[in-house]
Design a protein around this ligand. Sequence first.
Ligand code: WT7
Length: 651
Amino acid sequence: MSNESLANLLKEERRFAPPAELAAAANVTAAAYAQASEDRLGFWAEQARRLDWAVEPTETLDWSNPPFAKWFADGKLNVAYNCVDRHVEAGNGDRIAIHFEGEPGDSRSITYAQLKDEVSQAANALLELGVTKGDRVAVYLPMIAEAVVAILACARIGATHSVVFGGFSADAVASRITDAQAKLVITADGGYRRGKPSALKPAIDEALTKVDGVEHVLVVRRTGQDTSWTEGRDVWWHEITARQSTEHTPEAHEAEHPLFILYTSGTTGKPKGILHTSGGYLTQASYTHHAVFDLKPETDVYWCTADIGWVTGHSYIVYGPLANGATQVIYEGTPDTPHQGRFWEIVQKYGVTILYTAPTAIRTFMKWGDDIPAKFDLSSLRVLGSVGEPINPEAWIWYREHIGAGKAPIVDTWWQTETGAMMISPLPGVTETKPGSAQRALPGIAATVVDDEAREVPNGSGGYLVLTEPWPSMLRTIWGDDQRYIDTYWSRFEGRYFAGDGAKKDEDGDIWLLGRVDDVMLVSGHNISTTEVESALVGHPSVAESAVVGATDATTGQAIVAFVILRGTATETPELVEELRAHVGRTLGPIAKPKQVKVVGELPKTRSGKIMRRLLRDIAEGREVGDTTTLADSTVMNLIQSQLPPAGSEG
Ligand code: WT7
């Protein structure tokens, strides 16, 4: 994309200074950047001391065999001890660790002392079932407190967990269990979803007809629905844990002991088992949660709305917050059950101070209307986080105004399953924020933007986002496939980790993420990012959401085709479509004007909220729609097609 259109994107020059009160008491100040750039490894060695080590590490980074890193390799620790026991030992056993809010309205608050007992009982139950250090355990659970307990029980005994999102099909579960060679599966009868019990166990039963090596299935009773049972294999969680001792002595594991495998649910290609290990991962998860959310464990109430099945749930529901002794909310259900104000009702009920959610959710709330959050008391909120995709400035401003009362700083956190923890983000007490920009690599992190020839681009230009130094929570490999690890991440640019994202640096050197590079369009020789055109469209008062693709075009190489969802009050007319095209032209320049604007009722998204542009490209190019199995809602493509005139009948 041309510099001219970047300037357009930034033209409003809106800047928001940190609130003075927050800045004055912030956990991390600007000094951290200077300290880390002077001595990056010394900085991380210091952050590692946030944790309790059974054996203190003397080595920080071993990078003698790149890209295979070892962090704190001669140290030993128990991750679960760090997340639970040490807070009890420090006298904080009565602090609430988890406020669980079930979708039907049931709730349960669990103190750190109770969590320690439950994790110990679960660890003892795993041992009784023959699971030992180094075994893999698949976890397929709804968003209930037992998911956290199960994960920590695995970590405690050194079993490597592989959480599979509860919305995935039996086939997706089967291929992940096979790849990880899991010995045990932990699941539930079901969970509550949109006001109804939704079964989980049948998917495991079906998956296990296709998989060898699973000895037991541990089943949490959540909904009480009828559940088929395989005697000898299936075990009720409540029965086996109830008879265990609440004492379990945590053993120290090596810093590089495999903590978890998480399969990336990419929009393309075969899933990759991303491997994370213990000491470096927990160090960065804990530090970033402390720094980016400014968490004060005595007073804050933190809520991350992600599912435990994604990396956000691992790093910012389980490991980061619990390592930091946070009090947090976990919510089982969907934001519109039983009403569209459910999230705000939960914020009000628990006095949530820090909220971490995704742009796709924010845009949905915008669509539902400003009056819904306005009915609730959101005055407790003091820091707002965003993750998962670029947040368009329009949604950013809405989030700040309608959720943050025009005061709470927004931290737009860029990271990936592979990076394990946040990498690029504002710091709420330091950064003057810019709507739509993740801004700057965190202290101790080295990121830049390069061109095709791996040359760093000057400020004001765009290219590929790369990470130039190893970081503590980096993936260690792709499970069972070192070569694929090298090929996927370390081969495009010699000696650098290529994230797969496009990005720009503005005149201040701040980073603006532009989406996956597979999503860049080439129109008449100009690179135009789908994100920028989408952002321009959502900037129009009639548009609620949009997705943009490049369709093959005989004259321009690719032509921009935009799919838009209108806001409740707008109706589709030829004039409006024309107006939207002109609006993009005015915002980004004539080259970015979509050739076609198609009004639809829904957009195809994966279950983590990422738009599957590949399917929209199929429509735009008049092809039969490809594989839709990773769509959150498989009926969406039929709906979209039924709303559009046949391909070729418009131009
Ligand atoms: C991809 C990673 C990070 C946990 C959830 C997603 C996109 C993520 C941002 C952001 C712009 C973002 C990138 C990245 N992404 N956060 N703040 N701004 N883009 O994890 O499924 O591994 O996806 O999500 O494209 O590469 P993931």
